[in-house]
Design a protein around this ligand. Structure first.
Ligand code: RFL
Ligand code: PHB
Length: 393
């Protein structure tokens, strides 16, 4: 097999990239190790930055989003029993918070790509990268995991295969530098069949720890609470989850509506960056190159930002024989990545109860939150980051 751009991974990064290339008339093949059902059924992110929504509209993929997404003017922050509504729309000149689940975005992207004649191979096995420093890189894989080894020749390879994929590992250790930060807490996330309790997201830092109230639809709610990342789910029967959420989200005049929990999971929180995102003819995008803790709602948005930059660079290279943007891809992408890392670290640090910190740090986090309440500049800085920073052209 032969194509122009070989993409590993059908997550947000790989799928948006294939759309942007396809729109410019550049051929790409996506190799994905999971089945379409698995990809479309995995529950992850919920919040889209304004420009991602605009991009979906631009690509003609927003019909279901416009019908089913929740559009909020801002978010609510809560600490010490006090609540603050941050009006992002007003602070950012009209941008808003869109709640539309990642798996719905993926369904829209996959259906749109297949309808446009795009090539996605689901369920492949043993994906391996070869000759990435040469002129003719290629990927080998087994269709349906056990089929005969197949070779995909391409001009460039994009590793959009997430944190655990093989692409980053294909860059020799001596050629990359990795930055890791592990937080001493995790998130227990649930989906519950219940009506909405509040008109927007609530991020709460209470004595018992962090909690986040989000939503999925008028009758399904998404909630998270800080826990020990090593906790077994067996330690968290439904009653305990609701008791903790009630304690952490309680505020005068507010009622948290409970309902049957039908999905539960615990994730660790980490920050990670791989410098470089480019080696030979391999380019990394999304979680393959960087991870943020979910408190800033940035992971998916950073993944899409990478491929917006990468698509423009690949188009310039392939169609206009101009390789300058491609040579600078890693540097350009990493500047935005580090700002996303900073914001996600800031939100995570400020909003969690850190078991390794003392009361001094806790007061500092409250002061940080009070600064957002009393300073328009501080509130604007938070809002600008949350709805999505402008691209540095
Ligand atoms: P993905 O989505 O992990 O996709 C990578 C794809 O590559 C495939 N793959 C392979 N394919 C072929 N061969 C191999 N050897 C392969 N190895 C792996 C995988 O099967 C997969 O399909 O990476 P991508 O595209 O970079 O996208 C990143 C986002 O998915 C991620 O950053 C977000 O989900 C993070 N995130 C959030 N981001 C936001 O912007 N807003 C949020 O509100 C938000 N909330 C969250 C989140 C992540 C969470 N979890 C579960 C980690 C909430 C949670 C709970
Ligand atoms: C979600 O709805 O899944 C969600 C919302 C906001 C976050 C993280 C996750 O910061």
């Amino acid at each position: 097999m032969k194509t122009e751009i070989g993409i590993i991974g059908a997550g947000p990064a790989g799928l948006f990239l294939a759309h942007l290339l396809g729109r410019a008339g550049i051929e790409a093949v996506i190799l994905e190790s999971r089945t379409r059902e698995e990809v479309e059924g995995t529950i992850r992110a919920g919040v889209l930055e304004q420009w991602v929504v605009d991009l979906m509209r631009d690509l003609g993929l927003a019909a279901r989003l416009d019908q089913n997404a929740d559009f909020h003017t801002g978010i609510t922050l809560q600490w010490n029993g006090e609540r603050l509504h941050l009006d992002m729309r007003e602070l950012t000149g009209g941008k808003q918070v869109t709640v539309y689940p990642q798996h719905e975005v993926l369904r829209d992207l996959i259906a749109g790509l297949l309808a446009a004649g795009g090539d996605i191979r689901f369920g492949v096995g043993e994906t391996a990268l070869h000759e990435i420093t040469g002129e003719r890189p290629f990927i080998t894989f087994r269709p349906d995991k056990t089929g005969p080894e197949t070779r995909l020749d391409c001009a460039y390879i994009v590793g959009a295969d997430g944190y655990h994929g093989p692409s980053r590992q294909a860059i020799p250790e001596a050629a990359r530098r990795e930055f890791h930060k592990i937080y001493p807490f995790g998130w227990l996330g649930i989906l519950a069949r219940a009506p909405r309790s509040w008109h927007e997201l609530i991020y709460a830092n209470q004595a018992e720890g962090f909690a986040l109230l989000s939503t999925r639809s008028p009758d399904v709610q998404r909630l998270y609470l800080q826990c020990d990342p090593a906790d077994d789910l067996a330690l968290w029967p439904d009653r305990r989850i609701w008791d903790e959420l009630q304690a952490r989200l309680s505020a005068p005049g507010f009622t948290l509506i409970e309902g049957p929990i039908f999905q539960k999971g615990i994730i660790p929180l980490r920050s990670f960056v791989c410098e470089t995102m480019h080696y030979g003819r391999l380019f990394l995008a999304g979680d393959a190159a960087h991870i943020v803790p979910p408190t800033g709602a940035k992971g998916l948005n950073l993944a899409v930002a990478d491929v917006v930059v990468l698509a423009a660079a690949l188009i310039a290279r392939v169609q206009h024989n101009d390789g300058e943007k491609l040579a600078r891809y890693s540097e350009t992408a990493l500047r935005r990545v580090w700002k996303g890392e900073r914001f996600s670290w800031y939100m995570t640090t400020m909003l969690h109860r850190n078991p390794t910190e003392g009361e001094f740090e806790r007061r500092i986090h409250f002061a940080d939150l009070d600064f957002v309440r009393t300073s328009r500049a501080a509130a604007t800085a938070l809002a600008e980051n949350y709805v999505g920073l402008p691209f540095d052209r």
